[in-house]
Ligand binder design. Structure first.
Ligand SMILES: Cc1cc2nc3c(=O)[nH]c(=O)nc-3n(C[C@H](O)[C@H](O)[C@H](O)COP(=O)(O)OP(=O)(O)OC[C@H]3O[C@@H](n4cnc5c(N)ncnc54)[C@H](O)[C@@H]3O)c2cc1C
Length: 382
């Protein structure tokens, strides 16, 4: 057992931390207040190799592995969750295209996501009537010669308005056995019949647009089927296993970012003639949340390591996401408490971290769904 990061992993982590401090942090408040997608930073991140961290070099990726991706997302999450979620989802989409795509699909789409030509990739699974239960989706894809015709709607799709390519899941055979009804398609931005709706007005992560999508007779060439017909649900669930490590890692960053602000504040703020950091009540909050976030970080790194080394990691990824996102919510809540009334003011930023953390227990499977995955795994329920 070896808890040391390699020199290469440390170098990537430090490079991302430096970039996040210099470039991401200054834009985080603007992103939040003006609901602005951090496009320029995303382009720079693509140049640094951060949008295709697990993609081989021949498709434009950095190919550095899942552990560095986890480390990088924690550093980005410390400064801006909107940038973090864009990076996490885009890496997930890039990887799902690489893993299940044909050579042509990899060359066409992975390279454009890696280079930043596409600002993002999007993951179109959720529908108004199908959230935690994606198998109940209603969007249909009907074969018509060399095309599939897609009709239906999606909701809550991160980056849909800025993505160059969106993976859209649709039912191709409603009479097939459960788990074989759905297929995945690569749909390019601007494809006739696909309308991206106005971004939701959200509580947090306001720099990351989350859009509804309407599909009306969208003609997709059969070459844009991702994987085999009927494999869609399997593809989605395996992509989400990896994505959950990313969201857990980013959430750890959100928690740590809020705690950094709270720790600095506690050392400076005086009440009753001394810094509030002297009070045991404040010390215990800091101790508890730094411990939880450290435990969450280890869960994320372990799941990342398992994935990187080709080991089963579904349960560990769900544990990392469940614990990491809930720890981040607890830490950001208490960070506000440490700042007292000032914690409630936008100026001190911890309220943004609190709002940003909230979404992490919802997307890529709610905490309840993570518990379901973990329990089924432990109990051996198929
Ligand atoms: C900011 C944001 C970004 C998102 N980005 C994307 C995206 O990029 N792509 C995408 O496809 N989706 C995305 N989503 C959608 C997200 O994945 C869904 O919101 C999530 O899966 C939950 O689905 P739902 O909202 O329909 O809730 P529901 O499934 O209706 O759940 C409601 C409640 O019931 C609980 N529940 C449901 N089933 C069970 C069960 N079997 N056992 C116990 N409890 C249960 C849930 O945990 C939850 O508490 C995003 C959501 C948000 C908020």
């Amino acid at each position: 057992m070896d808890f040391f990061l390699t020199e290469h992993e440390k170098m990537i982590r430090d490079m991302v931390a430096d970039f996040a401090e210099k470039e991401i942090k200054p834009f985080a408040d603007i992103s939040d207040k003006e609901h602005k997608f951090p496009a320029e930073n995303i382009k720079k991140m693509a140049e640094l190799g951060l949008m295709g961290m697990t993609i081989p070099e021949e498709y434009g990726g950095a190919n550095v592995g899942v552990v560095p991706l986890s480390l990088a997302l924690t550093e980005v999450g410390k400064k801006c969750a909107s940038t973090g979620v864009t990076m996490s989802v885009t890496n997930m989409v890039n990887e799902v295209i690489y893993r299940f795509g044909t050579e042509e699909q990899r060359k066409k789409y992975c390279s454009k996501i890696c280079s930043g030509e596409y600002l993002a990739g999007a993951f179109g699974l959720t529908e108004p009537h199908a959230g935690s239960d994606p198998a109940s989706m209603r969007t249909r894809a009907v074969k018509d010669g060399d095309y599939y015709i897609l009709n239906g709607s999606k909701i809550w799709i991160t980056s849909a308005e800025v993505a160059g390519v969106i993976v859209i899941w649709a039912v191709t055979d409603k009479d097939a056995p459960k788990g074989r009804r759905i297929s995945a398609f690569l749909v390019e931005q601007g494809t006739p019949g696909m309308t991206i709706g106005k971004a939701e007005l959200k509580m947090g992560q306001k720099g990351s647009p989350t859009n509804p999508i309407t599909l009306e007779d969208v003609r997709i060439p059969k070459e844009n089927l991702l994987g085999n017909e009927g494999d869609g649900l399997k593809i989605a669930l395996s992509a989400l296993d990896g994505g959950r490590i990313g969201i857990g890692s980013m959430a750890v960053g959100i928690g740590l970012g809020a705690m950094e602000i709270a720790v600095d504040y506690a050392k400076e703020r005086t009440q009753f003639g001394q810094p509030i950091a002297n009070f045991q009540a404040i010390q215990w909050k800091i101790a508890d949340h730094m411990t939880e976030l450290e435990a969450a970080r280890l869960l994320c790194l372990r799941a990342a390591w398992l994935k990187q080394n080709g080991q089963p990691f579904t349960k560990e990824a769900s544990m990392a996401k469940l614990y990491g996102t809930e720890a981040a919510n607890r830490a950001t809540y208490e960070a506000i408490q440490i700042l007292g009334g000032y914690g409630y003011a936008e100026e001190y930023k911890v309220e943004r971290y609190y709002r940003d953390a909230r979404a992490t227990t919802l997307y890529e499977g709610t905490s309840e769904i993570q518990r379901l995955v973990i329990a089924r795994n432990v109990l051996g329920i198929k």
